[in-house]
Write a protein that binds this ligand. Structure first.
Ligand code: SAH
Length: 245
């Protein structure tokens, strides 16, 4: 089954962009996913084909008009009624690997890309749209955010990553950052690969990796660590299950 991606954007030429190369590019060519950019401006109704207007209450920049956005979203929903519509906005809920997994397991996705100061807020009441942020920083437009959301989903589609890795070990899948990796040369600029990784003792290696995953998460991402410890202490068996032994 093809994972169908629709992108509502003022810059359709930005897609598939980087997703046309490497793993995602091959998956696109093979029909594992499809990429349908839709020009928001096609839904403008005035003779200037305007999509934005000045902000109510004053201030800099322009705001995307709710009537035009609603028509574009309605068009996308008519084509793919079962795909969730995600609007790219720094005011949205931060994207998580768990949400990415849910999206990738579904029939597809419709991504709404903002520009200028973003969307008229009423669009979120008037249509079933999930506001999503990719992090606490501001991009110039939603297209690069949409590419990130798509990339995260596509790599999880069946067959895209190949049999070598299911991705179960990656950072966040366990609630922790992943352990650090090393490869040859054994000695690089005077720095050696940790001895345990050359021991061949799989139990010892697993224990070392778990310890490093926990330590690095605690030091680098106290927010993740707190949640992880909370879940672990609340339900030890649940935490162990989540970690997928
Ligand atoms: N004035 C807005 C930012 C607008 S940036 C605010 O302060 O909230 C222009 C567009 O870029 C947004 O509409 C959104 O589509 C996209 N964008 C910027 N940063 C983003 C982020 N962190 N996550 C998702 N989309 C983002």
């Amino acid at each position: 089954m093809t994972f169908a991606a629709q992108i509502l954007t003022l810059y359709p030429e930005m897609f598939p962009g980087p997703l046309g190369t490497s793993l995602a590019g091959r998956a696109l060519a093979e029909g594992t996913w499809s990429c349908d950019p839709i020009q928001i401006r096609d839904f403008a109704t005035d003779k200037h084909r305007s999509v934005d207007d000045t902000p109510a209450g004053g201030g800099a920049g322009m705001v995307l008009k709710p009537d035009v956005i609603a028509s574009a979203v309605d068009h996308a929903l008519a084509r793919q009624p079962d795909s969730p519509v995600l609007a790219m906005t720094p005011r949205g809920r931060p994207l998580t690997q768990q949400r990415v997994r849910e999206l990738a397991a579904g029939p597809g996705i419709t991504l709404l890309c903002g520009r200028f100061e973003g969307f008229d807020e009423r669009i979120f009441e008037g249509r079933p749209i999930e506001p999503v942020s990719i992090g606490d920083f501001i991009l110039s437009g939603g297209e690069t955010a949409a590419i990130i959301v798509l990339d995260a989903c596509i790599r999880l589609l069946p067959g895209v990553m190949g049999a070598a890795s299911s991705g179960d070990d990656e950072s966040f899948e366990t609630g922790l950052l992943e352990y650090p990796h090393y490869t040859r040369p054994q000695l690089w600029e005077g720095r050696a690969i940790p001895e345990v990784l050359r021991s061949g003792d799989h139990a010892k290696i697993a224990a070392w990796r778990k310890q490093r995953a926990e330590e690095d998460t605690r030091l680098r991402r106290p927010d993740l660590w707190e949640r992880y410890v909370g879940a672990r202490d609340q339900s030890p068996s649940g935490a162990r299950q989540k970690k997928k032994d």
